[in-house]
Design a binder for this molecule. Structure first.
Ligand code: ZN
Length: 385
């Protein structure tokens, strides 16, 4: 692929261009009087930093070899393959069987397990919190952050405040396992799942949920299977999105919080994405997001912006958060775009831990906020929905 879209905002776009095409693309932009600048001269240099290589540059081929042979234990000093992440979930169950269970909520298009960790003290009055990462394959930091939150909640469970222990935590660190593995073995910049549609591969899973699906035409998603924002032939056409829907609907839990982690951009966004109108709980969601952003800022001084999807980013139709808010009735539904501004998707591995710590603090602050707004149990809850 000559051009790979990294990010679109209201009036700007980040694209990756193959070096042999860069002159041609620059010429096209110049001809159309579209202003542009080069943000990253050579992505290979960022790839090296993401992997923490201090030696001279290596090609995509040697990167592949490195990650295939690496069989590390879980930590937050490196990015990990799916098997390491899944072994980590199993180890939590082994060590904390009275708190943790792991289930397979579905199979990916290529047949991989989609695994979910549930953390619960078994209290029937608990409300639910959903966390997912790597719905978009190349956003590696999201899986790292979500596993870190799981690790901290479980290992410190007895020291956690009530606002943490009175929740059942449903955690899917890698929602798109096929795509995630593909970014380790073939194409670091892959976004979609790996479902085949004719000659084309992949649905953008965050355009495949039902609420507002297909709205705003090609601005909100794409009907073209070759497009990076392909919405799929119908809502929930993909096994990965169906697995999430089923896990939430069948859980028997009243969820109050839904958090889907992405990168990059350092923003906390909420519905709607399919329209520019504010959602009914716009002010409430703005306050909850701000509570999270404040805790993040207090940790490391990183400023995350807060606002609706369309206001801060673009039209995005068929997102998981529009669905979780409108259909699953989860009042505090957010998408968090993690670091980083400078390195885009290729956040250096020495920033994993500090990113995870600040976001954990943000999530814990949101739990306090939610419980302050809604002290009651499920049965007498008075929060927005
Ligand atoms: Zn994303």
């Amino acid at each position: 692929m000559a051009i790979n879209i990294w990010k679109e905002e209201r009036s700007t776009m980040d694209i990756l261009v193959e070096s042999r095409r860069s002159g041609q693309v620059a010429g096209m932009l110049h001809e159309r009087e579209i202003p542009y600048s080069v943000a990253v001269g050579d992505v290979n240099i960022l790839l090296e930093r993401e992997q923490g290589c201090s030696t001279s540059r290596h090609s995509a081929r040697s990167l592949k070899r490195t990650s295939v042979t690496a069989r590390r234990a879980m930590d937050w000093k490196n990015y990990h393959r799916l098997d390491v992440i899944y072994a980590f979930l199993d180890s939590l169950v082994e060590e904390y069987p009275y708190l943790c269970t792991v289930s397979v909520i579905g199979k990916s298009a290529e047949g991989r397990d989609i695994r979910m960790l549930k953390i619960s003290n078994g209290n029937e009055d608990n409300s639910g919190v959903w966390l997912d990462g790597s719905i978009h394959a190349r956003e590696w930091i999201s899986a790292a952050v979500v596993t870190y939150i799981a690790d901290r909640v479980v290992r410190n469970f007895n020291e956690q405040p009530d606002t943490v222990t009175n929740k059942d935590w449903f955690i899917v660190p890698v929602m798109n396992p096929d795509g995630y593995e593909y970014t380790h073995t073939h194409d670091r910049m892959w976004r979609k799942n790996r479902a085949k549609y004719g000659e084309c591969v992949g649905v953008d899973l965050n355009r495949n949920f039902s609420y507002g699906w297909g709205e705003k035409g090609e601005e909100g998603s794409s009907e073209d299977p070759g497009n990076i924002f392909f919405r799929g032939p119908e809502p929930f056409s993909e096994p990965e999105t169906r697995a999430v829907r089923k896990a939430i609907v069948d859980s028997g839990t009243t969820f109050k919080v839904f958090l889907s982690f992405h990168s990059y951009g350092e923003v906390i966004i909420f519905p709607w994405g399919y329209t520019g109108d504010p959602c009914p709980d716009y002010v409430e969601l703005l306050e909850g997001g701000t509570a999270m952003a404040k805790a993040i800022y207090e940790t490391n001084g990183h400023t995350y912006k807060v606002g609706s999807t369309k206001d801060l980013m673009y039209f995005a139709a068929g997102t998981s958060t529009d669905w979780s808010y409108a259909v699953a009735n989860i009042p505090y539904s957010y998408m968090v775009e993690l670091r980083g501004k400078k390195h885009r998707f290729l956040l250096p591995k020495d920033e994993i831990l500090s990113t995870a710590v600040e976001v954990l603090n943000g999530v814990l602050r949101l739990m306090e906020f939610v419980d302050r707004r809604c002290r009651g149990t499920q049965s007498n809850c008075s929060c927005p929905k």
